[in-house]
Structure formats: structure tokens, C-alpha cells
Design a protein around this ligand. Structure first.
Ligand code: HEC
Length: 172
């Protein structure tokens, strides 16, 4: 719209509406236009807190991921294995915080909707993961790191859960 057309529209709006309403409409229109400029579309209705909830569970997963990667380095012989048990303990602790972060149903991120529609199965898998990794950390402390490293696959059921409940290609 050219600027004289905009001026005309504003003048008409002002002439035909009480001052307060036209100011309010102007504010609402400005917010809608600003969101088109910033987000490329009119605002969709997203529940407050969803983005934060998604970021929270992703942060927990990233913690687990980094500790699993450290164990991978140990297993490939890249680095000494002195701290193997501590890495298992870190995974167990992070895994114990994961379930809570999924309890709020915030659809999105890389989570498939099945996380919540199959909640009984999903939550059981997450609890099993937390319990098994804690058990392996305990075995490491009592029987030594070799015993714990031998159980690594049992302690890290990442792939089987991701295959069913995570879409890594989802738009974040
Ligand atoms: C019980 C199911 C389950 C288990 C077990 C599990 N994950 Fe996940 N993971 C998920 C789900 C669901 C997501 C998607 C979260 C989202 O984006 O909403 C995810 C996301 C991730 C992400 C992406 C985080 C990001 O930045 O977006 C990483 C990395 C990850 N998981 C690593 C792991 C590793 C490593 C393990 C095993 C040591 C593991 N996960 C075990 C369910 C699981």
C-alpha cells in the first residue's frame, strides 16, 4: 500500500469509530502485523510454556547424550577408562530426571505424539532406562568399571526408544 492510501484508510477508520476503539484496533493490528513481520505468519495458538518444556527435555537428553559419548570414547580406547563409573552415574542421574520432563504434554520438538498416546509404554521405558543405568552404575562401584562397561548396551536403550518415539528429522 502506498503511504497516501494508508493515510486514507486511517482517516476513514478514525472518522467512523469512537477514538478509543480505533486506538485499540490500531494496537491489535500493529501486534498482528509485527508478528507477521517477525514470524512470517499470523500467530498460531501455542500453549504458554510449550517451547520451554520442549527445550527442557531436550537439554536433559543432551546431557545423557554427552555422557554416553564420553563412554563411547572410553570403549574405543581413545581415552583412559578411570572415570567410566562416574559417567554411568551421570547418565543414571540425568535419566532419573527425564521422565518428569515428558509428563507435561507439550507436542513438538522431535517427540512423536505417541509419547503421550502410548504413555504407559513410554513412561515404562524411561523408568526402566533410569533403573538399569542406576543398577549398572552401582555394579561399577561395587564390582569395578570393567563389569559396568560390559553391560553398556543393557544400560543404554537409546536406539530402541528413539525408533519408536523420536523423529530426528522433525522440524524443531
Ligand atoms: C524412553 C525413551 C528414550 C530413551 C531411553 C532415550 N531417549 Fe533420547 N529422546 C527421546 C525422545 C522422545 C526425544 C525427542 C525429544 C524432543 O525433541 O521432544 C529424544 C531426544 C534425544 C536427543 C536430541 C536432543 C535435542 O537436542 O533435541 C538426543 C541427542 C538423545 N535423545 C540422546 C539419547 C541417548 C544418547 C540415549 C541413551 C543413552 C537416549 N537418548 C535415550 C526418547 C528417549
Amino acid at each position: 500500500m502506498r503511504s497516501n492510501q494508508i493515510a486514507f484508510v486511517l482517516r476513514v477508520a478514525k472518522d467512523h469509530r469512537p477514538e478509543k476503539i480505533s486506538r485499540l484496533t490500531g494496537v491489535v493490528t500493529a501486534i498482528a502485523l509485527a508478528s507477521v513481520v517477525f514470524f512470517g505468519s499470523l500467530p498460531t495458538v501455542a500453549r504458554a510454556g510449550d517451547l520451554e518444556n520442549i527445550a527442557y527435555r531436550q537439554n536433559i537428553m543432551k546431557t545423557i547424550d554427552a555422557q554416553a559419548a564420553a563412554l563411547g570414547q572410553i570403549l574405543s580406547g581413545e581415552v583412559p577408562d578411570d572415570q567410566a563409573v562416574a559417567h554411568f552415574e551421570s547418565i543414571a542421574l540425568a535419566a532419573s530426571t527425564a521422565l518428569k520432563s515428558f509428563e507435561v504434554k507439550s507436542l513438538g520438538g522431535e517427540s512423536k505424539p505417541e509419547v503421550w498416546s502410548n504413555w504407559a509404554d513410554y513412561s515404562k521405558r524411561m523408568l526402566d532406562f533410569a533403573q538399569k543405568s542406576a543398577e549398572v552404575a552401582r555394579i561399577g562401584k561395587t564390582q569395578g568399571k570393567e563389569a559396568a562397561l560390559a553391560m553398556v548396551l543393557d544400560a543404554l536403550p537409546c536406539k530402541s526408544c528413539h525408533e519408536k518415539y523420536r523423529d530426528a528429522n522433525a522440524k524443531k
